[in-house]
Design a protein around this ligand. Structure first.
Ligand SMILES: Cc1cc2nc3c(=O)[nH]c(=O)nc-3n(C[C@H](O)[C@H](O)[C@H](O)COP(=O)(O)OP(=O)(O)OC[C@H]3O[C@@H](n4cnc5c(N)ncnc54)[C@H](O)[C@@H]3O)c2cc1C
Length: 563
């Protein structure tokens, strides 16, 4: 069932096998997995089915430098479905190398391997509605279709890696009905968890404290509690829960909130491919089951190891939108309409450079002189995006010149100094607000630069293309918009060493046997991959783990007693 928490009597104490806090993709996937195995679940969700300003403002906080990171109430959605209400739907698994301890990435190494997660990826793919779990172009696409760049062959650079696109599925609206009907599931909307209360010895969760914006207070006593509140809010909740230790829950070694990562991303350089325009596959292709897919360039795992590179991919992209020199009507139209687009999607159309009347004039001229292409684009957009259930993922331009920029999406090294902390200010529920101090290192930029160097060499050797980029402006190009969007990673990292991690390989908070974390907060490294598919797979894996733990300890009142 789904109910509004405001309908509960004040002070009520609820019980369940598992209480999941947060109804984003991580929390929803876990709730459905546990319900299928016969466990009772209470899902506490702060938001409602639709967006609501007052609830969203609970996400407000501070950032150390707004040029590097957006305010924390942006790029997050506080409602059922979480940020999938606005996500782009780009899906791909992590690469096996991401799980390794790599000398080139200090503090890398997961306590689990790719093989441990593999059994859960296909179901994660199904929940995200991204088709088959197949991320290699040779396997996923029609074999008759040519390669990404005809004639380009390299043992060091892969062009076969794919990303697949979800509808994009809004987990709230897509799965509300299943949650409503799921046996023994109670989804409480408007239910803000404000503290994780521990037993006096700090070894088990005694209750989760909950408040609604209308002032109803209640608590939940579960056998196991799971925080699935997103990469930033999970750290906030742990740090703000201080009934036993002033440093917060799971934080005896001051690791909660540290190692905060996003992705290093930006458009760089110009790739000129020799030969006819039909020798390049730069846009979306459709897999036989109807899923949009796109190919990417990347250094192979052995080259990453040999050259000491962090993981990164590059897509073939179009020129910088803000600069009218591209003479493209579609891009100029996008630039002119940027005020109509949401903050999250228009941020990259505002690069901080002064826009003069002359710039506007030149964009308008592009629209006028390129009106045929612009009209064709609009017709395609309306039919394939606006009115389509499975949406065409993003703007792709017709390739007229074989010249592209490279859209880089790279791993950043974990840094203890990149962190989120609590401020002295509180929200209307009395919860301390967050301060986000996201940092990157020069090694991150250097790694992207050496990856580009590798691509340039391999293109030159194959005689198929030429890559030009400016080393002197690379950092500026990659940091023009700061940390990449809504990927909030690492604030409660997984590891074997309690001094450098918050949860163990089962996502259990080291010191609290019945407290678990679902979501990208637990990723010890960020990979090149967007995080959502993997965090769903991790939730499903956690579901199996909890089923085993709870199933073998029915007599115990809590996992804390049985462990
Ligand atoms: C514009 C944008 C585009 C994106 N595109 C992609 C993409 O293409 N591919 C990709 O992989 N990822 C993408 N992402 C990231 C993706 O949306 C997140 O990785 C994903 O939503 C995280 O899932 P989650 O369940 O861990 O957290 P969230 O989605 O953040 O959900 C957390 C839930 O917890 C609830 N909550 C928070 N605090 C409390 C509390 N105290 N009590 C109760 N409930 C609470 C929230 O209301 C929310 O429903 C994008 C994000 C944005 C913003």
């Amino acid at each position: 069932m789904i109910a509004d928490a405001n309908s509960l009597p004040n002070g009520v104490q609820l019980k369940a096998d598992v209480c999941v806090v947060g109804g984003g993709p991580a929390g929803i996937a876990l709730t459905l997995a546990l319900s299928e195995r016969g466990f009772s679940v209470i899902l506490l969700e702060s938001g409602q089915l639709e967006a609501d300003e007052k609830t969203q403002s609970l996400y407000e906080g501070e950032v150390a430098d707004e040029r590097l990171h957006s305010p924390p109430d942006k790029y997050r959605q506080r409602r059922l479905g979480g940020s999938t209400a606005i996500w782009g739907g780009r899906c791909m698994p992590l690469d096996p190398i991401d799980f390794e301890t790599r000398s080139q990435v200090p503090d890398s190494g997961w306590p689990i391997s790719y093989a441990d997660l593999l059994p859960y990826y296909p179901q994660a793919n199904a929940l995200a509605e991204a088709g088959r779990f197949s991320y290699d172009a040779d396997d996923a696409l029609d074999p008759q279709v040519g390669p990404m760049i005809r004639g380009f062959k390299s043992m060091r650079v892969s062009t076969n890696g794919l990303e697949r696109f979800s509808c994009p599925t809004h987990f709230g609206s897509r799965y509300a009905k299943r949650l409503q009907l799921a046996p023994d599931v109670k989804v409480l909307l408007g239910a803000n968890c404000t503290a994780v209360q521990l037993q006096p010895d700090g070894r088990a969760v005694s209750s989760l404290e909950v408040t609604t914006l209308q002032g109803i207070r209640f608590s939940v006593t579960p056998r196991a509690a799971v925080l699935a509140t997103g990469g930033l809010e999970t750290a906030r909740l742990l740090l703000a829960s201080r009934n036993v230790t002033p440093a917060g829950v799971g934080n005896s070694h001051d690791v909660v909130g540290r190692y905060y990562m996003c992705h290093i991303a930006g458009n760089v350089g110009t790739l000129t491919v020799h030969g006819p325009t039909n020798s390049v596959r730069h846009g979306y292709e459709v897999a036989p089951e109807g899923i949009y897919c796109r190919r990417r360039l990347s250094a192979t795992a052995s080259e990453q190891r040999r050259l000491g590179l962090a993981n990164a991919v590059a897509r073939l992209h179009f020129p910088r939108i803000t600069d009218p020199a591209h003479r493209n009507g579609v891009l100029s139209g996008l630039f002119l309409a940027r005020k109509l687009i949401s903050y999250e999607y228009s941020k990259r159309l505002n690069d901080g450079h002064a826009t003069t009347l002359g710039t506007y004039g030149r964009h308008l001229l592009n629209l006028a002189t390129d009106s045929l292409d612009t009209t064709a684009f609009l017709a395609h957009w309306l039919s394939h995006r606006t009115f389509a259930e499975r949406k065409f993922p993003s703007v792709i331009l017709r390739n007229r010149t074989n010249r592209f920029s490279l859209e880089v999406h790279g791993e950043q090294r974990p840094l203890a100094s990149s962190r989120v902390t609590l401020t002295d200010k509180v929200d209307v529920l009395g919860m301390p607000k967050l301060r986000v101090d996201w940092r990157y290192s020069s090694a991150d930029i250097d790694s992207v630069q050496r990856t580009l160097e590798l691509l340039a060499t391999e293109f030159e050797l194959s005689g198929t293309a030429h890559l030009d980029y400016n080393r002197d402006t690379l950092e500026e190009d990659l940091m023009r918009f700061g940390a990449y969007g809504g990927h909030h990673i690492g604030t409660a990292r997984m590891g074997r060493d309690v001094r450098t991690s918050v949860v163990n390989a089962d996502c259990q908070v080291h010191s609290v046997p019945n407290l678990f974390i679902a979501g990208s907060a637990v990723f010890p490294t960020s990979s090149q991959a967007n995080p959502t598919l993997t965090l769903i797979a991790m939730s499903l894996r956690l579901g199996s783990h909890l089923a085993r733990r709870l199933g073998t300890s029915q007599a115990a009142a809590s996992l804390g007693e049985s462990a």
